[in-house]
Design a protein around this ligand. Structure first.
Ligand code: 5GP
Ligand code: MN
Length: 320
C-alpha cells in the first residue's frame, strides 16, 4: 500500500482528477481524498480537476469546486488520477502530463497499473472509494469523508449487490455507518431516484430494445433526436444498461447513446459468462469483467455488428 502523505511531502500544489463523465465512485473518491488532504495538509493548495458530476452529488464536499477549468500554467507537484487511466481524464490530462509526480489509484482491471510514477491499482477492490478508505485510514475519517466513501461504494457495487462486493467491502461499509449519516436517504437520492424525464427515457430504451443471439444479448440506443427532445445528456442514462441486463435469459447487455454524428458511447454489462472488459478493450475502452465501456463510430447497426462479433467470441455456444 502507498502512504499518501509521504508521497505528498514537500508539495505546494496538489491536483486531484478522475475520469470523464464522473460516476458515483469517481465523485465520491475525489471528494473523500480532497477532504482528507485539506485536513492533513492545511497549507497546501489543493485543486480538483474533474468534469461537473451529476447534481445528485451536490452535497458532497468539494462538489462546488468540480467542473472548473484551470489556467494552463498551473504547475502541480503531485497529481492524483482516481478511478481512471491518464488518457481518460479529459481536460485534466494536459495538467497531469506536466505534473512533477503522478499518482494513480484505481480498481479497473483494464488499467495496466504502470502508467504513473506511483501506482496503486487493485482490481479486486469493489471501488476506488474502497481503496481511498484504506489509504486514508480508519483513524482519519470523519462523518463527511465517510459519506463520500460510502457513496462511491454503493454506486460501484449497485448498493452492495454486484459480485465485486466482498466481505471486506461490507466490513468497511459497517465502519462507515458508525458515523450515523442518513444512508437510506443517500441511497435513494443518489442511486435510485430518477427524474420523470429519466424514467421516460428508460421506458423508451426498454421499449425499443432488441434481443439477439438467441436472447442472450440485448441492445438499445438513444439517438441525438431523442436526447434533444427530452433535453437529456449522459447523466440521464445512468441505470438503463443495468435494467437491460436483468431481462431473463440475457447474458450480455449493450446500451449506447450518440455523442456526435455516427459516434456512440457504449456501455456493456455481463452476467459473468462474457468478460466485457475484454470486449471494451478491443475497441479502445476498458472497465471490469461485468461492467465496461468504450466509444465507437459508425451507424448503430455497424456498431452493433462489431460489438456482437467480439461478444460472440466469448459467448458459450456462439464461438465462431
Ligand atoms: P459505464 O458503462 O457505466 O459508463 O462504465 C462501466 C465501467 O467501465 C466503469 O467502471 C467505467 O469506468 C468503465 N468505462 C466506461 N467507458 C470506458 C472507456 O471508454 N474507457 C475505459 N477505460 N473505461 C470505461
Ligand atoms: Mn470505479
Amino acid at each position: 500500500m502507498i502512504n499518501v502523505l509521504e508521497e505528498c511531502k514537500g508539495a505546494n500544489v496538489i491536483g486531484i482528477s478522475g475520469h470523464v463523465r464522473p460516476d458515483g465512485d469517481c465523485t465520491g473518491s475525489v471528494s473523500a481524498l480532497y477532504q482528507y488532504l485539506k485536513k492533513a495538509l492545511p497549507d497546501v493548495q489543493i485543486e480538483l480537476l474533474l468534469e461537473k458530476p451529476s447534481a445528485v452529488f451536490a452535497d458532497l464536499p468539494g462538489y462546488e469546486r468540480m467542473g472548473r477549468s484551470f489556467a494552463k500554467q498551473t504547475e502541480f507537484d503531485v497529481f492524483f488520477i482516481l478511478d481512471s487511466t491518464q488518457e481518460r481524464i479529459g481536460f485534466a490530462e494536459a495538467h497531469a502530463k506536466k505534473a512533477k509526480k503522478r499518482i494513480n489509484i484505481d480498481h479497473h482491471i483494464s488499467n495496466p497499473g504502470t502508467e504513473c510514477d506511483v501506482n496503486y491499482v487493485v482490481p479486486e477492490a469493489s471501488s476506488t472509494a474502497e481503496l481511498v478508505y484504506e489509504l486514508i485510514g480508519k483513524e482519519n475519517l470523519d462523518a463527511q469523508i465517510a459519506k463520500s466513501i460510502y457513496i462511491g461504494m454503493i454506486h460501484d457495487t449497485g448498493v452492495f449487490q454486484y459480485s465485486n462486493t466482498s466481505p471486506k467491502t461490507l466490513r468497511i461499509a459497517a465502519q462507515l455507518l458508525e458515523y450515523g449519516f442518513d444512508f437510506p436517504k443517500l441511497i435513494d437520492e443518489t442511486f435510485y431516484e430518477k427524474t420523470y424525464v429519466q424514467n421516460q427515457i428508460l421506458g423508451r430504451a426498454l421499449l425499443e430494445s432488441i434481443l439477439f443471439m438467441d436472447g442472450k444479448c440485448i441492445a438499445s440506443m438513444v439517438d441525438r433526436k431523442l436526447m434533444d427532445f427530452y433535453q437529456a445528456d449522459s447523466k440521464d442514462f445512468e441505470g438503463i444498461v443495468n435494467q437491460l441486463r436483468v431481462v431473463k435469459g440475457v447474458e450480455c447487455a449493450i446500451f449506447m447513446y450518440e455523442t456526435g454524428t455516427l459516434e456512440y458511447k457504449v456501455s456493456l454489462r455481463s452476467c459473468g459468462a462474457v468478460d466485457v472488459s475484454k470486449v471494451a478493450e478491443y475497441f479502445g475502452g476498458g472497465g471490469h469483467v461485468r461492467a465496461a465501456g468504450c466509444m465507437l463510430s459508425g451507424t448503430y447497426h455497424d456498431v452493433l455488428n462489431n460489438l456482437s462479433r467480439e461478444i460472440a467470441k466469448q459467448m458459450p455456444g456462439f464461438q465462431v
